[in-house]
Design a protein around this ligand. Structure first.
Ligand code: COA
Length: 368
């Protein structure tokens, strides 16, 4: 059974920065309140000409470059997002076209902030089952487009960004070790964008009522998040045959420092074992975990051989975790084993097809 390795990663964030001081000019808030309650200093906001697909595309190119593969080698593109370009077609298809990933299937995955973990799990399962060789998983968001900039309860929390991982089959042990995915739809009303779907299609009234922007019961979501983060981390580590102490890094969804701190206490781990960068980006939903991984891999905190857990929660309610052994780009021989077999069989098939056409030509040519 092949292993699913994370062989490339990339991220992208808009250049425009919105600081807490900027927000003080927009709503009745203060830098002190935001910092103390969330840990967020600033967030990135997409320019008008940027979108979920354009950010996702940038991150995807960087991940492909890191993995040293061409778009034509991708079998499947999964784009986890809560802010797709359209209801349909899928943002993943727009990215597929711009990449020129001519052989790839593409679809969007809607599991809110847990979406990147869900997508990675789906991609790695497809590789483990030998159905696919190479999967591109993207988490991309422009939450600023569904933020109510008059609502101080929510507008201080979110930001825009994207991240992408390349998953590849290899016969070398490692890569994704285990995953858990959970949901509780009874909490659907705690965090939502109520209109714009089929239940409340866009009307003048829904727009006037601000129903196309994020509604949230912050306290309840906070309670839920602190309950599930430690529990999902423990579960996924156990499924991978690891103890919490075996983990070098936990990469949590970057929603709120206090939620991460509660998870650290629940797991009896020092906060230093958690990769945190929410102070710079705020909550970027599906992009938050890959953005944090990218930074930690780039500055050398996450190293080859490290065992890491990615853990997140979000609207739905959904939550999940994924354990992986970090390998990085694979040496050529290992990552090409299965494609080489496929290429060999493709050549044999093509030879017999050409041979068949030659014989056919001979027979029909003879008869004519
Ligand atoms: N600036 C100043 N005051 C604010 C404020 C802001 N930006 N936002 C809310 N307040 C006020 C509230 O109105 C409330 O005032 P009141 O007591 O007079 O009613 C007070 O601050 C405390 O509100 P509360 O909701 O108790 O704050 P909190 O400590 O729970 O922090 C959140 C609020 C939103 C930061 C916190 O609940 C949270 O992070 N929840 C999880 C949200 C999340 O992660 N969502 C994404 C999931 S993927």
């Amino acid at each position: 059974m092949p292993y699913a390795h994370i062989t490339g990663w990339g991220c992208a964030a808009p250049e425009k920065i919105l600081t807490n001081a900027d927000l003080e000019q927009i709503v009745d808030t203060t830098n002190e309140w935001i910092l103390e309650r969330t840990g967020i200093h600033e967030r990135r906001i997409a320019r008008e000409d940027e979108s979920t697909a354009s950010l996702g595309l940038k991150a995807a190119w960087r991940a492909l470059e890191m993995a040293n593969i061409k778009p034509g080698e991708i079998d499947l593109i999964i784009c986890a997002t809560s802010t797709p370009e359209y209801i349909f077609p899928a943002t993943a298809c727009i990215i597929q076209d711009k990449l020129g990933a001519s052989r790839a299937g593409a679809f969007d995955l809607s599991a809110a902030c847990s979406g990147f973990i869900y997508g990675l799990n789906m991609g790695s399962q497809a590789i483990r089952s030998e159905a696919l060789q190479t999967v591109l998983v993207i988490g991309a968001e422009t939450l600023s487009r569904v933020t109510n900039w008059q609502d101080r309860n929510t507008c201080v929390l979110f930001g825009d960004g994207a991240g992408a991982f390349v998953l590849q089959a290899s016969d070398q042990p490692g890569g994704v070790l285990s995953a858990v995915m959970r949901s509780d739809g009874s909490g659907a009303g705690l965090l939502s964008v109520p209109a714009g779907g089929s239940k409340h299609p866009a009307t003048v009234e829904t727009v006037k009522a601000g129903m196309h922007t994020i509604r949230m019961d912050g306290r309840e979501v906070f309670r839920f998040a602190t309950r599930v983060m430690a529990q999902a981390t423990r579960e996924v580590a156990e499924a991978a045959g690891l103890t919490i102490q075996d983990l070098q890094w936990i990469v949590p969804h970057q929603a709120n420092f206090r939620i991460i701190d509660a998870a650290a206490r629940g797991l009896k781990l020092p906060i230093e074992r958690f990769i945190i960068n929410l102070e710079k980006y705020g909550n970027t939903s599906t992009a938050s975990i890959p953005l944090a991984v990218c930074e930690a891999a780039a500055d050398g905190r996450i190293k080859v051989g490290d065992r890491i857990v990615l853990v997140g929660f979000g609207a739905g309610l959904t939550w999940g975790a994924l354990a992986a052994e970090w390998t990085g780009p694979l040496p050529d021989g290992h990552q090409r084993i299965r494609p080489a077999i496929s290429r060999f069989w493709a050549r044999i098939r093509s030879f017999f097809q050409r041979f068949g056409r030659f014989i056919e030509g001979l027979i029909w040519g003879h008869k004519a």
